[in-house]
Design a protein around this ligand. Structure first.
Ligand code: OAD
Length: 237
């Protein structure tokens, strides 16, 4: 069977795609840790005030994510990537589950929870230790305190990374947005920019979002189900 013209295809994912793997989304009640909202802990100010507290939060999330495996939606995207030569996956997720599933062309716009960044010398390194070897983690180079290499509220995204993301949506023929609340910028701007440049916009989400209103087609379902339905709809019968 032939597939409809989708290339270049961009898939933009948020926490909702990992929900069926057991990773709590940020804005759901189970995403709270000790009653703190992510916006209260995932900030440079919170880290400056109390690095221990912020690291406790990240140690909890690392442990939780380490126990999760990619779900059928992560896996299905790897199959789609094999069939679409111009395919880019832009993710806001820092959980690494897309890479674990086998996706190749991934832009992680909010960084990775499995990478460390030294607050003093800027050194970056991978660290998958559960539990953390040192608490809080220290830079192996200069011995200063490290932080997770993720983008926090109030921080700007890496210019090269976000430029690549914007360029990619601008030349997209189709954009599929899966499981994001569409309220965290600049990520939330990507579908809108793509649409302005002529892309057909699809959304898969269990709930209505600010993206729903501008989408050409909405799948009001879980990521695993919605993705299969969307792909079936792209087949030319
Ligand atoms: P949110 O927690 O804000 O939103 C998750 C979205 O997924 C919601 O719109 C839900 O309706 C939807 N959802 C939940 N379960 C789903 C399922 N099984 N299938 C499909 N959709 C489902 O997460 P994000 O939009 O990813 O930033 O949040 C954006 C950013 O804010 C995150 O990257 C993080 C966060 O704080 C940083 O860490 C910088």
């Amino acid at each position: 069977m032939e597939i409809a013209k989708l290339e270049p295809l961009v898939v933009l994912t948020g926490a909702g795609i990992s929900a069926e793997s057991g990773v709590p989304t940020f804005r759901a009640a189970e995403g709270l840790w000790r009653n703190y909202r992510a916006e209260e802990l995932a900030t440079p100010i919170a880290f400056h005030r109390d690095p221990h507290l912020v690291w406790e939060f990240y140690a909890w999330r690392r442990e939780l994510i380490a126990a999760c495996i990619p779900n059928q939606a992560h896996m299905f995207l790897t199959e789609i990537e094999k069939q679409i030569s111009d395919f880019t996956l832009i993710t806001q997720n820092v959980d690494g589950l897309h890479a674990a599933a086998g996706s190749r062309n991934i832009i992680e716009i909010h960084g990775s929870i499995w990478r460390m960044l030294c607050t003093s010398c800027g050194n970056r390194w991978d660290d998958r230790n559960i539990p953390l070897e040192k608490f809080p983690p220290l830079c192996p180079g200069c011995g200063e305190i490290a932080r997770p290499d993720v983008v926090w509220f109030g921080e700007t995204l890496d210019a090269y990374v976000i430029d690549r993301a914007f360029e990619t949506v601008q030349r997209a023929h189709a954009i599929l947005v899966i499981g994001t609340s569409g309220i965290v910028y600049p990520a939330a701007e990507l579908p809108r920019i793509g649409k302005m440049h002529g892309a057909k916009l699809f959304e898969i989400n269990t709930e209505e979002t600010p993206i729903s209103g501008i989408a050409d087609q909405v799948y009001r379902s879980k990521a695993t189900v919605g993705l299969q339905d969307w792909w079936a709809d792209q087949q030319i019968k």
